[in-house]
Design a protein around this ligand. Structure first.
Ligand code: ADP
Length: 244
């Protein structure tokens, strides 16, 4: 489903991604862990083409972008629609209700009819347990509820892959579970997911594979069992010691 080849990203003089290669099969859940500044968020943003990689290739399904070649804005926008992104700080439109937030993409980007978009958005809000909050504005919702709207909004665009950038790290501890539950349900339905998170218990329970990144590289990848109980690299061992 996802194939990344030789992906580099530079900000000014600083090379943040130094040659990432990765394949992810359809329906798999990949959790990315690693120290702060190791390039996890940048990598996720490259998959969503919110950042334009310096070079390398990304394929999703049967579409590919080769960043060594020229591309149009349209190429980028079309490719972006293959992935749905969930942000740490929800990024909801504050002046729109939960329902309007979820409808916005389908109506303005996909040109869906409003009534159809509304019905689909309502179904998605029901799926994330927020049917009764459809007409609430973000400020009237808890962080956990806002993030569930964020997930429904990303799903409304019917992406092939869902990307999560530390989706629970802005939440009070008692609200983390409700968001992880929605993510777990999605995983069980067979959604392909790439998740940057510090929730190691979630990673152990839900991930098919865990990737450890450090210094702009993928240092190692393995099943949660392999990576957490028998890490091969010194840097992985050190990191796991620090967080466990
Ligand atoms: P992580 O998610 O692993 O904490 P990031 O991908 O956020 O790492 O950041 C990796 C490095 O890239 C950091 O040193 C960060 O300062 C730098 N960086 C990220 N975004 C930008 C940007 N827009 N401009 C300049 N440097 C950036």
């Amino acid at each position: 489903m996802i194939s990344v080849q030789g992906l580099y990203k530079q900000f000014g003089d600083v090379e943040v991604l130094k040659g990432i290669d990765l394949t992810v099969d359809k329906g798999k859940v990949i959790v990315i862990i690693g120290p702060s500044g190791s390039g996890k968020t940048t990598f996720l943003r490259c998959l969503n083409v919110l950042e334009i990689p310096t070079k390398g290739k990304i394929s999703i399904g049967d579409r590919q972008l080769d960043f060594s070649q020229n591309m149009t804005k349209r190429d980028i926008h079309e490719f972006r629609r293959l992935t749905g992104m969930v942000f740490q700080n929800y990024n909801l439109f504050p002046h729109m209700t939960a329902l309007e937030n979820v409808m916005e993409g389908p109506v303005t980007v996909k040109r869906e009819a409003k009534e159809q978009a509304r019905q689909k958005a309502m179904a998605l809000l029901t799926k994330v347990g927020l049917a009764d909050k459809a007409h609430h504005y973000p400020f009237q919702l808890s962080g956990g509820q806002q993030q569930r709207v964020g997930i429904a909004r990303a799903l409304a665009m019917e992406p092939e892959v869902m990307l999560f950038d530390e989706p629970t790290s802005a939440l009070d501890p008692e609200l983390v579970g409700e968001v992880l539950k929605v993510m777990k349900d999605l995983a069980n339905e067979g959604m392909t997911m790439v998740i940057v998170t510090h929730e190691m218990r979630f990673a152990k329970e839900v991930a098919d594979e865990v990737i450890f990144m450090d210094g702009g590289f993928i240092v190692e990848r393995g099943t949660p069992q392999q990576l957490f109980t028998n890490p091969q690299h010194e840097r992985t061992k050190k990191f796991l010691q620090l967080i466990q």
